[in-house]
Design a binder for this molecule. Structure first.
Ligand code: KIV
Length: 271
């Protein structure tokens, strides 16, 4: 029996054991109770209450507008649903960049008010002091390097990061700094597959990729993308498992038709 099949609650230690044993880690985003129940029941290892909620739940163009209070609301809903997986919550833009004390206070609010198990934040050397402080308070921290969406206006584009050697070298240095500061895992987003493999080989903590190739220790996708709820988003790294946009639309069109034709409710569907 593998470490994966006998666990009750996935912890940061489970993920580290999975890396040692070569068992790939599955991670998805979740933002609400109903979806989180399904994903947890399906056996997902990690649920990320991502600040991508700003895009897929609230309809903003970027992740920047979502607030700490809104992230806590989403996290509370996911925590109520999931009994097996590890639950990680993004620190939203503006809740940690000011200084390490602000970062610690935001991380503690998430842990105390939502009941989640870990936080994630974006960045390299510039957030190391905050990571040390949060880890020092007993809160597990996941890092995030590569295409970090909270910096989209600095990048100017959602294109692949670290294709050039100079940026790849900085990413590797930052990954080492994050591990040394106490991160239990790092997300690498939209970078060349060879670089993902290299970072995973250099570090002993699990590397979770989104568009970082198959040589990392696990994969994460935004749940709405994998289920085909988002319609006009088709990056190369995405595999769609369902086409729920069309399925849901078709179901709702049938319902409207049945209501308009008085087919619904029928004799068995009333008291
Ligand atoms: O917010 C999010 O969905 C994320 C993933 C892209 C890793 O950070």
């Amino acid at each position: 029996m593998s470490v994966h099949s006998k666990i009750k609650r996935v912890t940061t230690h489970t993920l580290q054991a999975m890396k040692r044993e070569g068992v790939p880690i599955s991670m998805l985003t979740a933002y609400d109770f109903s979806m989180a129940s399904i994903l947890d029941d399906a056996g997902i290892d990690v649920l990320l209450v991502g600040d991508s909620a700003s895009n897929v739940m609230a309809g903003h163009e970027t992740t920047l507008p979502i607030t700490l209070d809104q992230m806590i609301y989403h996290a509370q809903s996911v925590v109520r649903a999931a009994s097996r997986c590890l639950i990680v919550v993004d620190l939203p833009f503006g809740s940690y960049q000011g200084n390490s004390r602000e970062a610690l206070v935001s991380a503690i609010r998430i842990m105390k008010e939502s009941g989640a198990h870990a936080i994630k934040l974006e960045g390299g050397a510039e957030v190391v002091e905050s990571i040390r402080r949060i880890v020092g308070a007993g809160v597990p921290v996941m890092g995030h390097l590569g295409l970090t969406p909270q910096s989209i206006y600095q990048f100017g584009t959602y294109t692949v990061r670290a294709k050039e050697e100079a940026e790849a070298d900085i990413l590797i240095e930052n990954a080492k700094l994050l591990e040394a500061a106490g991160c239990f895992s790092i997300v690498l987003e939209k970078i060349p597959a060879a670089l993902g493999t290299q970072v995973s080989g250099l570090l002993s903590i699990p590397i979770i990729g989104i568009g970082a190739g198959g040589g990392v220790d696990g994969q994460v996708l935004v749940m709405h993308d994998l289920l085909g709820i988002t319609k006009d988003f088709s990056p190369r790294f995405l595999r769609r498992y369902l086409n729920l946009y069309e399925e849901i639309k078709g179901g709702v069109e049938s319902y409207i038709k049945d209501v308009k034709s008085r087919d619904f409710p029928n004799a068995e569907e009333q008291y």
